[in-house]
Design a protein around this ligand. Structure first.
Ligand code: NAD
Ligand code: USQ
Length: 393
């Protein structure tokens, strides 16, 4: 298929582009490199050095013999995105191109507004360009499990059938997101559902859990093909952070009680899920939702798993229960359904000692690049405009 990967320079976008290219699809990537500028803003950097997008594409051509086209520009600029969609005429669009960090969206008013404008306007622009130029194209949109929050009932895949005062309907599952970032995904979902209804677009919303892992078959072909690995308190996700803290000899930063439970998946499963969705497209006019995760863990489960894995490397790890900088339930029911992707044939890679060991080894290899000032949380959900981001000293 002809596939356009939006956000193709990012943690997931770049490995997806290589994976689909390797499997014979004609791939183009689009990105405005803004993720790299947020690193500059925060004084942070991927732990693993990453090549420029142009260099990645050149090395990929050398090692695989396959070309990937590159479009550099902003999804929020319609004068840029419209001609790209017209020229490349994708059959599928994989949409990763958003600001994805909850803490970044909670820094202050400016960052909240930026996140929502960037994500919602960018996505609306893509929907308009699809409707005008490639109405049969299928958008595979990355959403988040965090759209649902942590309700005290099972989380269904996008919709729930409700009987109310004797009448029954199937309605969007209630959303209780936990940050302005997660809210931007909810707004995207509503907009896209509406576009499917009025214009007959096809969209699959992949409500994805937290992704971990650094290696895919394609990344392993060359050091210059590596994807980013974030561990700072704004962009680093919890497992990455714990692994880096372990290697740095710092206590693991469990926020609050650590009973917060989320869905997780291996990066290799993200790529497989995206391809499964792409090869089995939504119907015309259908807004389809898949919950994309393979296992559920609490934050404390992960801290204990990292403590054990690090122990096997002779590293003694302590766990620190920090006051929670976020507003979230720390002790709650969590049971989400995730059968749609399994029914399509997903074969999950579960979190294992082998995986933790291989990431620990990679972190140890780059230990000298760890900046311990980036580890402690500096963004507090309870504060509003005055909490300009402070790097903890
Ligand atoms: P990332 O920040 O590494 O990559 C996103 C890419 O999109 C970046 O390269 C950035 O430069 C680009 N981008 C952002 N705004 C853009 C714009 N306006 N125009 C053009 N390019 C733009 O993020 P990621 O971890 O690869 O996540 C990709 C997607 O998957 C995001 O939408 C995220 O919300 C979703 N997701 C990620 C995770 C995870 O654990 N990483 C989990 C669930 C969902
Ligand atoms: N947490 C800690 N200590 C830390 C970091 C995080 O206890 O040092 C806790 C958080 O409070 C939260 C949980 O770990 O309860 C997960 O936090 P996270 O930063 O790993 O993930 P989150 O903010 O939810 O965001 C990430 C991605 C986002 C994606 C989301 C999927 O950055 O793009 O949408 O995971 S989900 O969690 O399903 O919403």
């Amino acid at each position: 298929m002809r596939v356009l990967v939006l956000g193709g320079d990012g943690y997931l976008g770049w490995p997806t582009a290589m994976y689909l290219s390797q499997r014979g699809h004609e791939v183009a990537v689009l990105d405005n490199m803004v993720r790299r500028s947020w690193d500059n803003e925060l004084g942070a950097e991927s732990l693993v050095p990453i090549a420029s997008l142009q260099e990645r594409v050149a090395v990929w051509r050398e090692v695989s013999g396959k070309s990937v086209a590159v479009y550099v520009g902003d999804l929020c600029d319609y004068t840029f995105i419209e001609p790209v969609i017209k020229e490349f005429a994708p059959e599928a669009i994989i949409h990763y191109g958003e600001q994805r960090a909850a803490p970044y969206s909670m820094i202050d008013r400016r960052h909240a507004v930026f996140t929502q404008v960037n994500n919602i306007v960018g996505t609306l622009n893509v929907a308009y360009a699809m409707a005008d130029h490639v109405p049969d194209c299928h958008m595979v949109k990355l959403g988040t499990m965090g759209e649902y929050g942590t309700p005290n009932i099972d989380i269904e895949e996008g919709y729930i059938t409700i009987t109310h005062k004797g009448r029954t309907d199937t309605l969007p599952f209630p959303k209780q997101p936990g940050s302005f970032y997660h809210l931007s995904k909810v707004h995207d979902s509503h907009n896209l559902m509406f576009c499917c209804r009025i214009w007959g677009l096809r969209v699959t919303d992949l409500n994805q859990g937290v992704v971990y892992g650094v290696d895919t078959d394609e990344i392993k072909l060359h050091e210059k093909l590596r994807t980013r690995f974030d561990y700072d308190s704004v962009f680093g996700t919890v497992l990455n952070r714990f692994l880096v803290q372990a290697v740095a000899g710092m206590p693991l930063t469990v926020y609050g009680k650590g009973g917060q439970t989320r869905g997780f998946l291996d990066i290799r499963d993200t790529l497989a899920c995206v391809e499964l969705a792409m090869l089995n497209p939504a119907e015309k006019g259908e807004f389809r939702v898949f919950n994309q995760f393979t296992e559920q863990f609490s934050v404390l489960d992960l801290a204990n798993a990292v403590r054990e894995a690090a122990g096997a490397h002779g590293i003694d790890v302590t766990i620190d229960n920090l006051p929670n900088p976020r507003v979230e339930k720390e002790d709650h029911y969590y049971n989400a359904v995730n059968t749609h992707l399994l029914d399509l044939g997903l074969q999950p890679h579960y979190l294992s000692d082998t995986l933790l060991n291989s990431v620990l080894q990679l972190v140890q290899q780059h230990k000298g690049r760890i900046d311990s000032r980036l580890v402690l949380p500096g963004v507090n959900w309870r504060e509003t405009g005055t909490n300009a981001f402070k790097v903890s000293a």
